[in-house]
Design a protein around this ligand. Structure first.
Ligand code: PLP
Length: 444
């Protein structure tokens, strides 16, 4: 019995021994097709020789230098590179070790910005129900996922939640998608007015919602309206692209497809593709100037921020994505995935919705397609699908999201950007078999 504390305490997980391309091999030689990139992390797949070369080269120069004493070429190069490709207005990069750390930093940046600019009354954060922004207390407070929050709620800072933009569940009959998007965004304005125009510091949202609801894209115009509302009331817009960013939806940043720029952009996962732990906050010049002209520093920091090995991984992964034109493959394979999912599940009475963008797609399972009623949460269909998929050598990311206060099931598919047509077809074949076996096990 190992002394390692696993996520699920009682663990009978296979031991991952080796990774190559889209495949992971366990210690017994079983092969798994990684169709979820772990949790949308492995953007380049496993064991990419050029990333390994870059990491070895960095290790041969310097593996660690504390950011209180030194900067490093590799961290500066990565920051320059991220700003070169950043949405308009973003000018500086703060490098940390993962998504939760990056979200914590973004929330503190927003607060410090208002303190430095003489608006200390601005303290409220608004986010959306069913969202997840990380597991540290600040990031967890921003998240609106009841399952994750409940037991920790006495420890969380007060935050406020509006409805997510979730057309499959919330669009009214006869309402256009555009009108639905405007109505959903309007909730932000109502909440700001309720809390007080000069009391809100930030609105936090994922452009395409990942783990909590399963690749839910926004309605057209939703984020443009959100941006307008934030500007009208001087609220900072924090976009969480930890999961949906860095190429996963077919553009480097998911917000590009919405035609907007945030004040703070939070990225992680695909940035380093899993080769090293890394996350980042990209912040606007306006926020940086407030720090520069105010106290002269951002009151924050972690021992491993700007880690040279992590920066080397991020730089190598991003270089290869650009060099090999992999965003074009995300678009092409994403379109193929959409077709294959429609063919396999389009008429399936257990699949209520198929959605997503690029190589970030999902199916949502329902007990009744007409009423959209989810399966009884006691069945834990998502967990059954995961088990059945692993038995068939497939990694997908099934989750029990909360749908309007009760649990529901969806399966997220997020393979590496190097996936081929054959990989996509194998993923959908095996997923179909896993869904069949999971629902048969409860007599459906
Ligand atoms: N934000 C989103 C949207 C995420 O999906 C996650 C992780 O799944 C996080 C933040 C937290 O990132 P990490 O697990 O790297 O701390």
């Amino acid at each position: 019995m190992t002394h390692l504390l696993h996520r699920s305490i009682q663990s009978d997980l296979p031991v991952a021994a080796r990774g190559e391309g889209v495949f992971i091999y366990d210690r017994d030689g079983k092969v798994y097709l990684d169709a979820s990139g772990g949790a949308a992390v492995s953007s380049l797949g496993h064991g990419h020789p050029d990333v390994l070369k870059a990491l070895h080269a960095q290790l041969d120069t310097i593996a660690y230098a504390h950011t209180g004493f030194f900067t490093t070429e590799v961290a500066e190069k990565l920051a320059d590179r991220l700003i070169e490709d950043a949405p308009e207005g973003l000018d500086k990069v703060y490098l940390v070790s993962g998504g939760s750390e990056a979200m914590e930093a973004a929330l503190k940046m927003a607060r410090q910005y208002f303190v430095e600019t003489g608006q200390p009354g601005r303290r409220h954060v608004i986010a959306r129900r069913q969202s997840y922004h990380g597991n540290t207390l600040g990031a967890l407070a921003a998240g609106g996922n009841a399952l994750r929050r409940t037991q920790f709620s006495p420890l969380l800072i007060e935050t406020h939640h509006i409805a997510p933009c979730y057309a499959y569940r919330h669009q009214h009959e006869g309402e256009s998608l555009e009108n639905y998007g405007a109505r959903a965004a309007g909730e932000l304005e109502d909440k700001i007015l309720e809390l007080g125009e000069d009391q809100v510091m930030a609105f936090v949202a994922e452009p395409v919602v990942g783990a909590t609801s399963g690749a839910v894209p926004p309605a057209p115009g939703y984020f443009r309206k959100i941006r307008e509302i934030c500007d009208r009331y001087g609220v900072l817009l924090i976009l969480d692209e930890v999961m949906c960013g860095m190429g996963r939806t077919g553009t480097l940043h998911a917000c590009e497809q919405e035609g907007i720029s945030p004040d703070l952009l939070v990225i992680a996962k695909g940035l380093g593709g899993g080769y090293q732990p890394i996350g980042a906050v990209l912040l606007s010049g306006r926020i940086f100037e407030a720090f520069e002209q105010g106290s002269g520093f951002f009151q924050h920091g972690h021992t491993y921020m700007g880690h040279p090995m992590a920066a080397a991984a991020g730089l190598a992964v991003q270089d290869i994505i650009r060099r090999d034109n992999l965003l074009a493959n995300v678009m092409a394979m994403g379109a193929h995935l959409t077709d294959c999912l429609a063919q396999r599940f389009g008429q399936d009475p257990r699949v209520g919705d198929i959605r997503g963008r690029g190589l970030f797609q999902a199916i949502e399972l329902v007990e009744n397609k007409e009423t959209k009623a989810p399966f009884d949460p006691a069945f834990k269909i998502h967990a059954r699908i995961k088990r059945e998929a692993m038995q068939r050598g497939l990694m997908v990311y099934p989750m029990g999201g909360t749908i309007d206060g009760r649990e529901g099931d969806h399966v997220l598919i997020a393979p590496p950007f190097i996936a081929t047509k054959t990989d996509i077809e194998t993923i959908v074949d095996r997923l179909g078999a896993a869904v069949d076996a999971a629902t048969q096990s409860i007599g459906r």
